[in-house]
Design a protein around this ligand. Structure first.
Ligand SMILES: NC(=O)N[C@@H](O)C(=O)O
Ligand code: NI
Length: 175
């Protein structure tokens, strides 16, 4: 369980629009809007090059999967976050639907609830959580939504979970 607190904490997380700048402490935003590109394929294609990198350790390898996800019940009580200590994890929406993100900075084994932030991504934005960044499992808003997921596969436990103490109640509300 999480950090014991004297007083209870109840907080409805503000949901921020996802931007490269705002998300920078947590990872990359994978999008074409407003990004640099160069022409390839004889001028028929724009390459928005190296928007993010796959982080992995020596023993791991980058793999590509599809997650088919369903919405959780809202208002949502954020009881836990997880992190992948050995590699990054990218989610790219395949059907163009908006989705939510809840994150906290990497670097601590306990998550300070005051550092938890929420973002709303458009259906044209993917994200790449950097190694060790705390995040809630995928938060789609659409039934049977699908995401392309690029992350690290390999030996060892690459998924740490952190559960907030009962004295902390963080929630996400949809407007
Ligand atoms: N567990 C798993 O593969 N999914 C999570 O990592 C997630 O971020 O959704
Ligand atoms: Ni994850």
């Amino acid at each position: 369980m999480g950090i014991e607190r004297e007083e209870n904490m109840f907080k409805t997380l503000a949901i921020e629009p996802l931007t490269k700048e705002a998300f920078a402490p947590f990872g990359d935003v994978i999008e074409s809007e407003g990004r640099d590109y160069f022409m390839i394929n004889n001028g028929s294609t724009r390459r928005y090059h190296r928007l993010a990198e796959v982080q992995t350790d020596q023993q791991g390898e980058g793999i590509i999967s599809i997650f088919r996800a369903n919405p959780l019940e809202y208002p949502l009580h954020i009881r836990m976050l997880e992190r992948h200590p050995f590699g990054s994890q990218a989610f790219i929406p395949l059907f163009g639907n908006e989705y939510l993100l809840v994150v906290a900075p990497a670097g601590t084994d306990q998550v300070d609830p005051a550092t938890v932030r929420a973002f709303r991504a458009t259906g044209r934005q993917g994200v790449n959580y950097h190694k060790g960044v705390w995040h809630h499992p995928v938060l789609t808003l659409t039934e049977n939504d699908e995401f392309l997921v690029v992350d690290r596969s390999g030996p060892g436990n690459n998924c740490d979970e952190y559960y907030f103490d009962d004295s902390v109640h963080l929630e996400l509300k949809l407007d």
